[in-house]
Design a protein around this ligand. Structure first.
Ligand code: IVH
Length: 678
């Protein structure tokens, strides 16, 4: 057998095994053997780049070569469905269909309504050609690269099946509950914002520019609609069975019903049974089965007359409001939290729910001891959606009062004009605010001190090692380890991390200070304009508003921050510790890279990747993630990946070495970041 033949053989076999595993949930061989076959194929493909194929099973790992999304026109517009919420509406739909068909018999294909992202897939000659999101129904985003990572989707249909040469199949891309929960746990650990529900997570995943993200997160897809000129069946149900034969994941729940009673029974069954499904569903979809009858019923301007969605009631529970507590965040904002009698709701036990602010409490006229209704809807986070006023004990229940003082430090709370939130104004002493500011200061986009996380910070406060961010720079190994030899190594890491942060450029230092409303972008703009902390500290609100993107609110917040004696002292102490308080000449605006699109690849010795990104921006360039014909050059470090090298060569794009790049922006390569404490 030639290597070429072996590649073809391996691809066919791996496609088959993938289907068994991801669609039929069984495997014929142990995982290790599967991995070995995959390796063999990857090795052979590396030897034969001329035989590369985007639909090879090896391509499921994703690639960073997918660029911005192209907008693609749908061959058949992607319509939405009319929604119904109760049996009467379902009966009405049934009656309209019957009437539209002149009273002749019909069947309804009942399906689950998957709560993900709709997708349209094009197959030509049995190969996946394109995956496009719904978009506005007429045009969607081409997300083929991410779609290819979905292991339950066949990239190549098996030979010998009766698939048409050219068809479209539609379905829903979903992130299974299990993966959704894992990803949120990981995000929580990294202190990144959590996804509210699997739908948002699936959407973020599919739209991530780097399809390796999709590969890692583990999307799934259920298919429910076949389109094309020569699709095989005369009914929708038959077409779905055909799609299943070709290797697509079609839900087993799909059922043909011949009467309204059977439709109700389907709805009732799945309203309960859906809770054990691996993916999110939010209703059922009812479709007239016969395609000729579908055609006769036709469409309104928005949706088919032959189909309708029935949405399940959001899950709701009734429980008792026992208490309201108040949480203080980094900015001093105080959030009221309902503490409730634990109640089971959609698979978890709910004890607490955010009450957002005082207006929300007023809106429901909440009283302690009230019986409240809690819903999760599609969201994971429970919400109070109503009060059972009739059940209120008029003698016992006191109206919920918003706290007057901070539960953490006792300061009088304030509510600013036009804002819904209450704040604890005691920024310089209130413990969660103190901790929160340090957490923000060390975070990745700010000073990026990776060796310090929230637990370390809490520990430092408890041991009275720090009171603010400037105290970090006075720490040494002895203090951090508490003289404990076992802790010396980790303490050294902490100190190294702090020392390294002295090299963090001024614009990020400004962001790290945590001035209200001053995000990463605003901080960069202000730093570039004024060049130094002293210039910013003495600027008026009007002068600050001269900076592009800085409005009144941000400007006034900056002025107010520097008016505080505490804050000015903090700056002085940080400066004395060696933290960057101005933009070095070479960091200032330059147009050395004006208008250039630059891809960063490989590893570097003078700056981190993040720093190179910042340098590119600072010199007027644009950092892009994937190589295309529009790329100006590649900043190529050590160990640049072979696929990138190939792509660059094929498009004739220049590689610029680290030293050459530093010369371009007028920075002489220098020694590594300074360390203070040896
Ligand atoms: S059929 C013309 N079937 O619900 C019929 N849709 O507003 C096209 N959905 O955008 C859709 N599960 O994203 C159909 N079994 C199912 C579905 C389903 C979920 C989504 C789909 C569509 C929306 C309807």
């Amino acid at each position: 057998m030639t290597e070429q033949e072996r590649i073809v053989q391996l691809r066919t076999e791996l496609h088959r095994l993938n289907h068994l595993y991801y669609v039929e949930n069984r495997s014929e061989i142990p995982d290790q053997e599967f991995d070995a076959l995959m390796h063999e194929l990857a090795d052979l493909e590396a030897l034969h780049p001329e035989l590369s194929d985007p639909n090879s099973p090896t391509q499921r790992v994703g690639s960073d070569l997918s660029g911005d999304f192209q907008s693609v026109e749908h061959r058949y517009p992607m319509l939405s469905l009319g929604n119904t919420y109760n049996r009467a509406d379902v009966a009405e739909f049934y009656r309209r269909v019957s009437e539209g068909l002149g009273g002749e018999p019909f069947e309804i294909c009942c399906e689950l309504k998957f709560d993900g992202l709709s997708i349209s897939l094009t197959y030509e000659q049995g190969r996946l050609i394109r995956g496009v999101t719904r978009g506005d129904g007429q045009r969607g985003d081409d997300v083929t690269a991410a779609v290819r990572t979905i292991r339950s989707l066949p990239l190549q249909l098996p030979e010998g099946s009766d698939w048409p040469a050219d068809f479209e199949i539609r379905g829903e891309v979903l992130l299974p509950w299990e993966n959704f929960e894992r990803i949120n746990r990981e995000r929580e650990a990294r202190e990144e914002p959590l996804f509210a529900n699997p739908r948002n997570a699936a959407s973020g995943t599919l739209k991530s520019k780097d399809s390796r993200v999709a590969a890692q997160r583990g999307l799934d897809a259920y298919l429910y609609y076949l389109l094309g000129d020569s699709i095989p069946g005369r009914t929708h149900f038959d077409n779905l069975q055909a799609a299943r034969r070709w290797g697509f994941k079609v839900s087993d729940a799909t059922t043909l019903c011949r009467s309204l009673e059977e439709v109700y029974a389907f709805i009732d069954h799945w309203d309960e049974a859906r809770h054990v499904l691996p993916v999110a569903t939010d209703g059922v979809v009812l479709k007239v089965n016969d395609l000729t009858q579908q055609r006769r019923l036709g469409y309104t301007s928005k949706s088919p007359r032959w189909a309708i969605a029935y949405k399940f009631q959001a899950e709701r529970a009734r429980t008792r409001l026992m208490n309201v507590t108040f949480q203080v965040g980094r900015t001093g904002a105080v959030t009221p939290v309902a503490e409730m009698q634990p109640v089971a709701l959609a698979g978890t036990t709910v004890r607490r729910a955010s009450l957002h602010n005082e207006d929300y409490i007023r809106q429901y006229d909440l009283h302690l001891g009230d019986w409240v209704f809690v819903e999760k809807a599609g969201e994971i986070i429970p919400q109070i959606v109503g009060v059972d006023v009739d059940a209120r004990d008029v003698f016992l229940g006191q109206p919920v009062q918003f706290a007057k003082t901070c539960p953490e430090c006792g300061a009088q709370l304030v509510r600013y004009d036009g804002e819904a939130a209450h704040y604890c104004p005691n920024a310089s002493q209130c413990p969660p605010q103190l901790r929160g500011r340090v957490e923000h200061f060390v975070s990745r986009e700010a000073m990026n001190i990776e060796s310090i996380g929230p637990e370390t910070i809490a520990d430092f406060f408890e041991r009275h090692l720090i009171r603010d961010v400037a105290d970090l720079y006075a720490l040494d190994v002895q203090a951090v380890s508490g003289g404990n030899q076992n802790r010396a190594v980790s303490a050294k890491k902490v100190i190294d991390g702090i020392c390294k942060s002295l090299a963090v450029p001024f614009d990020r230092v400004l962001f790290a200070l945590g001035i209200r409303f001053v995000g990463r972008v605003a901080a960069r703009a202000v730093a570039r304009h004024f060049h130094s902390i002293d210039a910013i500290a003495s600027a008026s609100a009007e002068e600050l508003q001269q900076v592009e993107g800085i409005g009144k609110v941000i400007a006034e917040s900056i002025v107010a921050w520097f008016q505080s004696e505490n804050n000015r002292q903090l700056v002085a102490r940080l400066r004395a510790a060696g933290v960057q308080m101005f933009m070095a000449e070479e960091q200032r605006d330059s147009e050395a890279l004006g208008g250039k699109s630059i891809v960063i690849s490989g590893t570097f010795s003078h700056h981190s990747r993040e720093e190179y990104k910042a340098l590119i921006e600072r010199h007027g360039g644009k950092n892009v993630s994937s190589i295309s014909s529009k790329t100006s050059f590649i900043l190529a470090g050590e160990n640049m990946g072979p696929s990138k090298q190939q792509k660059a060569a094929s498009l004739g794009i220049a590689l610029v070495s680290e030293a050459e790049f530093l010369a371009m922006i007028g920075e002489a390569p220098q020694a590594a970041a300074p360390t203070l404490f040896g």
